[in-house]
Structures are given as C-alpha cells and as structure tokens.
Design a protein. Structure first.
Length: 77
C-alpha cells in the first residue's frame, strides 16, 4: 500500500494525531501545515500508509536539544 492522504475523521482522532506528531515537532509553534489543517485544509504532508498516519515534515524536537550540565553528576550510569 502506498501512502494515501490522511485527514482525521473526528476531533478525537485529530487530537491523537497532533499529540503524536505536531506537539512533538520542532515546527509546532509556527507550523503552516498545522495552521492550514486547523483552517479546514487537507495538508499534503499528512499521509497514511501501512504503519498508520504520519506527517512527512515531522522533525523531532528532542534531536535538536541535547542540553547537559557538565557540573551535574549523572543519576544513572
């Protein structure tokens, strides 16, 4: 199965999608894709394949920040 356009069928499904993708994305606060979806448009970046729905423009915010204080000991070694 190739990727098909994805549009949540209801508000709960949309909330789950945004919690999984949008709210963990580095672009969340200024994302034109999310803003377009909230305005009723179907983003071409939102697709569904055999693994489920996803955003093809997703960038994990955890990869962008790896702050660690060099003066604080690690809790787990």
């Amino acid at each position: 199965m190739s990727a098909q356009p994805y549009r949540p069928s209801n508000g709960s499904e949309g909330d789950a999608f945004m919690a999984r993708w949008c709210f963990k994305c580095i672009k969340e606060s200024g994302c034109s894709i999310l803003m377009g979806a909230m305005a009723g448009k179907s983003p071409k970046q939102w697709v569904q394949d055999e693994s489920g729905p996803k955003c093809t423009s997703f960038q994990d915010h955890r990869r962008e920040t790896s702050y660690r204080c060099r003066r604080t000991q690690d809790l787990f070694k």
